[in-house]
Design a protein around this ligand. Sequence first.
Ligand code: GRF
Length: 228
Amino acid sequence: MTRARIAVLASGSGSNLQALIDHFRAIGASRAGDIVLVASNRTDAGALERGARAGIVTDVVVGDATLVDLLAAHRIDLVVLAGYLKLIPPDVTQRFAGRMINVHPAPLPAFGGAGMYGVHAHRAVLASGVSMSGPTVHFVDEVFDHGAIIAHWPVPVLHGDDEHTLAARVLRAEHLLFPRALQAVASGAVSLTEAGRVSAPFFQPLPAPFDPSCTDEELGARLDAALG
Ligand code: GRF
């Protein structure tokens, strides 16, 4: 099997990057891609440290022009945005249409768009009074948080939540959902059609909403069962 060459772009601590690295290690030879590059727009991003620790080449993106060149130099097939806070320039989104995914920590399109990242997204969810939040994985286009949705996993908003407690619960769900979505895209099980839609439902059937009282192993098994 030819594995996709994956670049992960991240601006923050890189806990999602770590989840991707760990999941690919756990599934071993059946992984559909290799993370060959971790890049950040911030020199102090924890993601760079995590990438280096895993033996992955790391780099800093200085400007939009650098990004195109960097991805070309590393012969990247698939780009993963894992907490990357810069808008991706249109030449890159076009070149990687259907080959670039992002994880957003809230339902889309309701809680997305410019400025709706991190605590801002969680605050907006809490202010709206909805009972469910949860991560959304989607293909990336030239508009923030706008591309076709691959997967969403509902995570309950609990009584007394603030943006931090909700963020922590959603992040646990992200760490379980995102690697599985990446595997599905890298293997070709899920793709973007000419019409801009996602080729196949990601879950069949839908998994139960994220249950915070379960262990990660139980929740991961639940997702795997729903993926068939
Ligand atoms: C995550 O909440 C993700 O949904 C968002 O940015 C955050 C990144 O966190 N896009 P980390 O750097 O992966 O810990």
